[in-house]
Design a protein around this ligand. Sequence first.
Ligand SMILES: C[S@@+](CC[C@H](N)C(=O)[O-])C[C@H]1O[C@@H](n2cnc3c(N)ncnc32)[C@H](O)[C@@H]1O
Length: 328
Amino acid sequence: MIKPTNNRKKIKTTGLLNKSIDYSLQENSGEFYISEATASYGNNDKKSFTVYYDNPEHSVRLLKGDCIKILNQARENSVDMIFADPPYFLSNGGITCHAGKMVSVNKGKWDKSKGVIENHKFILEWLKACQRVLKPNGTIWVSGTTHIIYSIGFAMQELGYKILNDIVWYKRNAPPNLSCRYFTHSTEIVLWAAKNKDSKHYFNYPLMREMNQGKQMRNVWEISAPQSEEKKFGKHPTQKPVDLLTRLMLASTKEGDLVLDPFCGSSTTGVATILLNRKYVGIDMEDGYLKLSVKRLKEALAKKTTKLFKERTVTKSQTIHTDVHQIA
Ligand SMILES: C[S@@+](CC[C@H](N)C(=O)[O-])C[C@H]1O[C@@H](n2cnc3c(N)ncnc32)[C@H](O)[C@@H]1O
């Protein structure tokens, strides 16, 4: 279990309970936090977020608001790793195949394109905000398809990130292409980059090799779309599989590291942090997705507590057994 940080400073803020609550901020802990007292960077002068869910014991936290504004009020150099699954700007009246049926692509207002130039400006802004909060040796993973991935790669180069890898995520079970005028889309790209050219990024090479039957792991990962079990509390239209998140987290973080997801949706990233004993801050603007996040996070925490309890019980009974054996 991750130890909660001591040395906390109390401030008042509003939360899910719709009333003023005491929210403890870490002080001098070197961790990500935002406060009214924190200097604001860029043009964002006002605190414009709410703490939607907070579990300090396990270091799991959800913030509601615009991630750019929030990150520009957060402490710099405080995050070990970021996973960002931003809007792909796909919801523009096209069609796709869902459960064998033709449906229009409409994931939400947040996914509507504002045109190439405006979309690129938005990408530059949030990538810049992420870069500021990353620790000097921290890394960022960003998923995308052809609609945004070139803009993301270019923005990363403009901002001085160091691109480490482009992972090709292959989905064997991708839906067919209904128009029959294109190849079936069955991949996404996940770019992995370090904060800048001086970063000494962490890579758990031995573990990745072990997970790949003793051979160097390549940059093509075959991972299925989320299982129905992962959607039992409701669906997010662009939910990522937990398997994708656990793999990239194992590759680039250590236990206890702080992981940030600025576009958290249903908090797949958060579920993976709980499974792997990392700390989590997730941000989203939509109430419905944050509600879904809370359900998934609580379940992951409950399962983990039960598992730990069982492990402890087993260990205890083994000890008793050994003792009895020794006495006999
Ligand atoms: C592609 S989805 C992420 C899905 C997530 N990876 C999952 O597994 O559920 C992008 C999310 O970003 C949120 N979003 C869009 N613009 C945002 C912004 N400026 N600040 C915070 N969240 C934003 C949307 O509400 C949406 O839930």
